[in-house]
Design a protein around this ligand. Sequence first.
Ligand code: TK8
Length: 350
Amino acid sequence: MKTTTMTRVTSLIGGALLGLTALQASAATEMPPIPDVKGDVVKADGDFKIKFSIGTTQSGAQYRGLEYFEKIVEKRSDGHIQVELFPGAQLGDDLQAVSALQSGTLEMTAPSTSPLVSMFPKFALFDLPFLFPTPEVADEVLDGEIGQQMLEDASTNGLVAIGWAENGYRQLTNSQHPVSSPEDLDGLKIRTMQNPIHLDIWRTLGANPTPMSFAELFTALEQGVVDGQENPWITIQSSKFNEVQDYATETNHVYTPFITLVSERFWKRLPDDYQQLLREAAKQMGDYERHVSRTMNDQIKQELADSGMQITELTPEQMKTFQETVAPVYDDWRDKIGGELIDKVRAVSQ
Ligand code: TK8
């Protein structure tokens, strides 16, 4: 308590001395505080280590969520479970981390659902363009029956799926020119996630899409192998894509969840009570991380603009043009994903 107050006072004085700019700069990156850990200590046998790998960097909302997860698990296991965090794809990209879980060399990861559709075809629901009109609809799906069923379905092939967080609404960036209509995309080389619907979306819009792992993306943008990419504002900023992309368009075309996965080999070694602890911690992390991601979204868009990125916000008519142009993507995918599932999400949005 005392230390926190003192640090705050010191930084305020420091801010006053350094001038307003420094103060604004430090305030700008402030995230909602990590909540206190609630719940009793869980007693069980054994000591365990969890290596938790993610693709996004240490300055994103996802990492912040992981810090909360670590705090909950270490405190409530009274130190018998130690969590070590590995951001920035240092232990591999989303797909590599998932296969490390399957072989038991890594305990946890939280990839975007999109690169996993070849394993879990129903996840493609989250790749359909403009299906989730608001974060609240996403929550109803993730935290309701559909999300629960998907966690169960994904608990196979050496994986145990225990919760949802979010990457968020995706935005387009590129190095060439402002984009406000599908025509502006003509011939632009756009990196997509390794996912067939995303390829379909960008092809339908007239771009020239290339699937690529997230871990290779910065270099590919920097070297001009691709002209553009799409990711949520917070991921664009935390990966510094704005340093190599001058233009952005607020398309909000896809909402991407992060799914929290545990290696089944590790899971089987855990006492039931610790399994339950991980489930609770994953739930709390997911709620907090989504809160962080959403409260930061507009602020980060502003910071990207302040840093010199030219951001195009679409008028309702321009947005409609994008939506109508990608509509055929549904014809191709409706039966493969299950029309009923799509209709259920649409019903939630009504
Ligand atoms: C991070 C990825 C990333 C995703 C992508 O590991 O690949 O573009 O949006 O944020 O999951």
